[in-house]
Ligand binder design. Structure first.
Ligand SMILES: Nc1ncnc2c1ncn2[C@@H]1O[C@H](COP(=O)(O)OP(=O)(O)O)[C@@H](O)[C@H]1O
Ligand SMILES: [Mg+2]
Length: 396
C-alpha cells in the first residue's frame, strides 16, 4: 500500500483535474466538463478545459422518461438502469478524456449529478408519515471501478436530510463563478426546467436568492416531439416557435399554473411539467395550429421566467447571465428581452464557460467541496435549516 489515500492526495494538490457530469431533466444525454480547479470555498478558481455532450440513445431516453413519469416504476427496471447509466457515464469520461488528450489516470475526481428518476421535496406518505425524497441514478461504484477515479455522486439527499428541497444546488457554483462587488447578477439556466440565482452586488452567500421558475424547454420539447411524430426532440433554435403566433387565451390559462406564482423556496421537475401536463394542453387545445402552439408554449416559458424574476427578486439585476442547453433558442431570448428591459444580457460563454457546460462545471465545483468536507448547499435557496456537505465519495 504505497499509494496515498485519494482524498488526502486530492486536498494536498494545488491544481486538480475534475470531470463534472450532468444529466438533467431533459434526459437528452450527458454533459461532460473536464475542469481544472484550484483552491476551494471562496478562493476556488476554475477553468473548463474540455466540454463534450454524449446524447442518450433514443431507447434509453424513452426508458428514463418512462420511469420518471410513472408512479409505479418497477425496481427491477430502476436497479439495472442505475448500473447501466454508471457505465454510460464512465464511458463518457473515458471517451471525453481521449478527445481532450488527457490520460484518464490524470483525473483527480469525477463529480456526477446522476439522472433524476424521482424528486419529491413535498413528500409522500409512508406508514402515515410524510417523507420527502429524491433519487438520482448512475451507480458511482461502476463509474469509479471503470475509470479508476474517485467519484462523488448523490448530491441532493444531504440537503433534503437537512430539511431542504434538495434543489437548486447550482447557486453555490453561481456564487463562486459570478459574484461581483459592484454589479448585481442573475444567473438564468434554461434546461428542461428553468432556474435562477440572484446575487446582489457585494453579496454574502446568505443573501443569494435562487429557485426554479417552472418549465424551461420541457413543454417545448414535448410539443416538438408530438408535432414531428417523434422525428424531432427539440425545436432547434426556436424555429417553429418563430413562425407561429402566440395564442393569448391559451397563454393566459397556462400561466395560471400554481407553481409559477408559488413563493420560493421552490423546485420542480417532470412531475409537474412533464408528459401529463403537456399532453393535457394538447388534448385541451386540439384546434391550435402546431406552430402557434410552439410559439405559445415558448411564450409560456418566457413569461414564467420573467414573472418569477419580477415577483420574487427584490430589484432587477444589472446583468442576466444565461446558461443551459435551452439558451440558444433566440426567440425565447428575444421574448425575455422584451419582458425584462434595462438589463444587460450575457451568456456563460462571456465567462469562458460553454452554455451547455455550465451545469457540469457546477457539479465539478460541488464535488471539489465534498472532498474538502465543505458544505455547498445554499440554505436560502433550498430552504434547508443548515449548511450541509453534499454528496457521497466512492473510492475506486
Ligand atoms: N439548438 C437548440 N435550440 C433550442 N433548444 C435547444 C437546442 N439545443 C438544445 N436545446 C434544448 O436544450 C435542452 C437540453 O438542455 P440541458 O441544459 O442539457 O437541459 P437538462 O439539464 O434539462 O438536460 C434540450 O432538451 C433542448 O430543449
Ligand atoms: Mg441535458
Amino acid at each position: 500500500m504505497t499509494e496515498l489515500n485519494p482524498i488526502i492526495s486530492y486536498v494536498s494538490k494545488k491544481d486538480r483535474l475534475v470531470a463534472g457530469l450532468m444529466s438533467g431533466t431533459s434526459a437528452d444525454g450527458v454533459d461532460l466538463a473536464i475542469t481544472q480547479i484550484s483552491g476551494n470555498g471562496l478562493d476556488m478558481k476554475t477553468k473548463v478545459l474540455h466540454y463534450q455532450f454524449f446524447p442518450y440513445a433514443q431507447k434509453l431516453k424513452e426508458e428514463i422518461l418512462g420511469l420518471s413519469c410513472s408512479n409505479n416504476s418497477a425496481l427491477s427496471m430502476i436497479s439495472p438502469l442505475n448500473f447501466y447509466l454508471g457505465e454510460i457515464f464512465a464511458e463518457a469520461v473515458i471517451s471525453g478524456c481521449k478527445s481532450a488528450q488527457i490520460n484518464v489516470s490524470k483525473l483527480d475526481l469525477i463529480a456526477s449529478h446522476g439522472q433524476t428518476v424521482y424528486h419529491n421535496p413535498e413528500g409522500s406518505k409512508i406508514l402515515g408519515k410524510n417523507i420527502p425524497s429524491t433519487i438520482q441514478i448512475g451507480e458511482s461504484s461502476v463509474i469509479a471501478s471503470k475509470t479508476g477515479v474517485m467519484t462523488v455522486s448523490d448530491f441532493r439527499p444531504a440537503d433534503m436530510a437537512a430539511g431542504g428541497q434538495g434543489a437548486p444546488l447550482v447557486p453555490y457554483a453561481d456564487f463562486i463563478l459570478y459574484r461581483d462587488l459592484s454589479r448585481s447578477r442573475l444567473s438564468l439556466n434554461i434546461g428542461g426546467i428553468s432556474n435562477i440565482t440572484y446575487i446582489p452586488a457585494a453579496a454574502s452567500m446568505s443573501e443569494v436568492i435562487a429557485f426554479d421558475c417552472g418549465p424551461g424547454n420541457m413543454v417545448i420539447d414535448y410539443m416538438a416531439g408530438k408535432f414531428s411524430r417523434g422525428k424531432k426532440s427539440i425545436d432547434e433554435d426556436g424555429k417553429r416557435a418563430s413562425s407561429g403566433k402566440i395564442q393569448k387565451d391559451i397563454l393566459k390559462t397556462l400561466i395560471k399554473h400554481p407553481f409559477i406564482k408559488k413563493k420560493p423556496p421552490k423546485s420542480t421537475g417532470r412531475e409537474e411539467f412533464g408528459e401529463e401536463f403537456a399532453g393535457n394542453i394538447l388534448k385541451r387545445y386540439k384546434k391550435a395550429k402546431p406552430d402557434d402552439m410552439m410559439a405559445t408554449v415558448t411564450a409560456f416559458t418566457a413569461e414564467a421566467i420573467a414573472g418569477n424574476i419580477k415577483s420574487f427578486i427584490p430589484a432587477l439585476p444589472h446583468d442576466i447571465i444565461l446558461g443551459g442547453g435551452g439558451a440558444p433558442a433566440f426567440i425565447l431570448l428575444n421574448l425575455l428581452k422584451e419582458k425584462i428591459e434595462g438589463v444587460k444580457f450575457l451568456t456563460s460563454d462571456d465567462f469562458g464557460i460553454p452554455l451547455k457546460a455550465k451545469e457540469a462545471l457546477s457539479f465539478a465545483i460541488l464535488g471539489n467541496e465534498t472532498v474538502f468536507g465543505y458544505p455547498s448547499n445554499v440554505p436560502s435557496a433550498t430552504g434547508a435549516s443548515r449548511n450541509a456537505v453534499l454528496g457521497k465519495i466512492t473510492l475506486p
